[in-house]
Design a protein around this ligand. Structure first.
Ligand code: URA
Length: 244
């Protein structure tokens, strides 16, 4: 439910300009609330109010969802004093409540959902939901059928943790270089999970990219570092997960 909020913030969150520009628009009489010209940027509005800017309705959008192709070298965090974060890459900065859903390591790239919908995030991340995450990786070492079987059985990582069964597919091996390309599907999301799984079989992840999370698949047209809004269809599919 949308909160009661200041008019300038409402317009700002709906990407109608910077706070300063919006104040200017209000002062110039361009904004009406329920048919009355607004003069105070600090007046409070809520969902029931009809806000027009230059005669055009500005409808409040409660939730926003972005798909990002996270580049390597960027932190999955909302902010950091020293390092660039995924939120720094979103230039539609008007919303203060965006956060990344789950975490990719700094050197991992690929699909990252960024939104302000806490319930959906919870549904995607709750361990009991077993949402599938698919990754592609380059691995140092030759991944074998035996590895595929141990991953499928559930790999013992240490005496505290046996990973849930994971589907490992060998895409390519290069005997000369001693490297492999794999795809892996996991239903957990532990810290450094895939790197630790390969370590447990004596191999090393060289590069890692997330391809999908539940029904959401990385848009191949997104260059690393770029993002787009989710389509209505994608949101609908994710919501099924939330309601299921
Ligand atoms: N597993 C990892 O090791 N790193 C990630 O970023 C995601 C899964």
């Amino acid at each position: 439910m949308m909160k009661n909020m200041r008019l300038d913030r409402y317009l700002c969150e709906m990407s109608e300009g910077t706070r300063k520009e919006i104040k200017q628009k209000i002062k110039s009489g361009l904004v009406t609330v329920n048919g009355q010209t607004a003069s105070d940027p600090g007046m409070h509005v809520d969902r029931a109010d009809l806000v027009l800017l230059g005669g055009r309705p500005v409808v409040y959008e409660e939730f926003v969802y972005f798909m990002m192709n996270k580049p390597q070298g960027v932190l999955t965090a909302t902010m950091d004093k020293k390092q660039q974060t995924v939120l720094d890459l979103i230039d539609e900065k008007t919303r203060k409540d965006l956060f990344p859903v789950g975490r990719l390591d700094k050197d991992t790239e690929g699909l990252l959902l960024i939104c302000n919908d806490g319930q959906l995030a919870h549904a995607l991340l709750a361990p009991a939901r077993h949402v599938q995450k698919v990754y592609r990786a380059d691995v140092k070492g030759i991944v074998t059928q035996k590895d595929v079987e141990s991953f499928a059985r559930g790999l013992e990582i240490d005496d505290q943790w046996t990973a849930r069964p994971a589907r490992l597919t060998i895409l390519k091996t290069d005997q000369t270089a001693g490297t492999s390309q794999i795809e892996i599907s996991i239903v957990e999301g532990r810290f450094h999970q895939i790197k630790r799984m390969f370590q447990a079989v004596g191999k090393e992840v060289i590069s890692l990219k997330r391809i999908s999370m539940g029904p959401l698949v990385l848009d191949g047209r997104l260059e690393p570092g770029s993002f787009r809004r989710l389509t209505d269809e994608e949101i609908k599919e994710l919501k099924k997960l939330q309601n299921g």
